[in-house]
Design a protein around this ligand. Structure first.
Ligand code: NAD
Ligand code: TYD
Length: 350
């Protein structure tokens, strides 16, 4: 196996930390550099178990900082980039769209420029991997699935910024022959998920006996994927995906929000030794999210047939594992819900 130096951006975030851990442990011959600005969503506690690994280095920095990127790329001369750094929360994108343009669009373009510049004379074996979302495809009705051919139709500032960045990645492939690969994945869940997102927010609120906010009629549908399965899909695509191609990643695991919240209530009641039905009393329907996409669902046939990847665990097992992780990692939760997050929560749910 060749010795490679890889840049993973956003490695201190939810999905990024699982990708960093997988690569650091699975590929001791690689040098893994994690670049993260440590925004409210980035947390080095996510990586405590690998921080002293000999093949791992953390670099604090911002993907929108061109001189910093130039120095970083000259210092490490990366063979590959796996790009996850982003602003990732739809509700925040509704209240502050500009920061999503800056990080997700401008940051991605600056990163593409840095890779293009480094690899201008030798693109052999190089790879720029853009980690994206199924939300770029817009909203489905009761029927149908997103395929890799589905037309982009983003409807939130978050998905619009991810769609724009995907377009730039493909433009760099066509215009400059930059060796790129992309994936569009459904909603992830699992350990280290920041509690502004639905699943950890519900688990945390049940712990604290707080209302469980369900937007609108609660019949919005998402496809949920275990985060470690996303990391293994990224590994497969990074190593075996075809250059210039896009792969959809999904969990074959659709849930209406209200059914999911009820399932989490039942799991938590069991784990906390509460009477059946106790946590369901906390469910509160609240004002809907503006422009709320009704349903996301993924057709993941391509990654299965081409790369042999499939989700590994059943929903029930994954949700239970997740709930247990939050109960066993109270200190992690206390650290991330302090300060800035409290202000966001009060503004969002007041
Ligand atoms: P996250 O918000 O948990 O983590 C994002 C990370 O990026 C954080 O560590 C943050 O500090 C870092 N970051 C933000 N701005 C930065 C900047 N300017 N420079 C450097 N680092 C910066 O997000 P996540 O849920 O782990 O998502 C990671 C990626 O996967 C994103 O690109 C997202 O669009 C994509 N994605 C997420 C999901 C999901 O369900 N969470 C699904 C599909 C795709
Ligand atoms: P979220 O976790 O924010 O992911 P995304 O918007 O990227 O799919 O939300 C998942 C679903 O849960 C979405 O339909 C919005 C809904 N939701 C609620 O009903 N209540 C909440 O408090 C949150 C955060 C989300």
């Amino acid at each position: 196996m060749t010795k490679s130096t890889l840049l993973i951006t956003g490695g201190a975030g939810f999905i990024g930390s699982h990708v960093v851990r997988l690569f650091v442990n699975k590929y001791p011959e690689y040098r893994i550099v994690n670049l993260d600005a440590l925004t409210y969503a980035g947390n080095l506690e996510n990586l405590r178990d690998v921080e002293y690994a000999p093949n791992y280095t953390f670099e604090k920095g911002d993907i929108t900082d061109t001189p910093f990127l130039q120095t970083l790329f000259e210092k490490y001369r990366f063979d590959g980039v796996i790009h996850l750094a982003a602003e990732s929360h739809v509700d925040r994108s509704i209240s502050n769209p500009e920061s999503f343009v800056e990080t997700n669009v401008l940051g991605t373009v600056k990163l593409l420029n840095a890779a293009r510049n480094l690899w201008k004379n030798d693109r052999e074996g190089k790879r720029f991997y853009q980690v994206s979302t199924d939300e770029v495809y817009g909203s489905l009705g009761e029927e149908g699935y997103f395929t890799e051919e589905t037309r982009y139709d983003p409807r939130s500032p978050y998905s619009a910024s991810k769609a724009a960045s995907d377009h730039f990645v493909r433009a760099y492939f066509h215009t400059y022959n930059l060796p790129v690969v992309l994936s569009n994945c459904s909603n992830n869940y699992g350990p280290n998920h920041f509690p502004e997102k639905l699943i950890p927010l519900i688990i945390n609120n049940i712990r604290e006996g707080k209302p469980l906010p369900v937007y609108g009629d609660g019949k919005y549908t998402r496809d949920w994927l275990w985060v470690k399965d996303h990391a293994s899909a990224i590994d497969a695509i990074f190593h075996k995906g075809r250059t210039g191609e896009t792969y959809n990643i999904g969990g074959n695991n659709e849930w209406k929000n209200i059914d999911l919240v009820e399932k989490l209530c039942d799991i938590m009641d069991e784990l906390l030794g509460k009477p059946p039905g106790a946590s369901r009393q906390l469910i509160t329907f609240v004002k809907d999210r503006p422009g709320h996409d009704r349903r996301y669902a993924i057709d993941a046939t391509k990654i299965k047939t081409e790369l042999g990847w499939e989700p590994s665990i059943r929903a029930e097992e994954g949700f239970r594992e997740t709930a247990k992780w939050y109960l066993e990692n109270e200190a992690w939760l206390q650290h991330v819900v302090s300060g800035e997050y409290q202000r966001f929560y009060e503004q969002q749910y007041r």
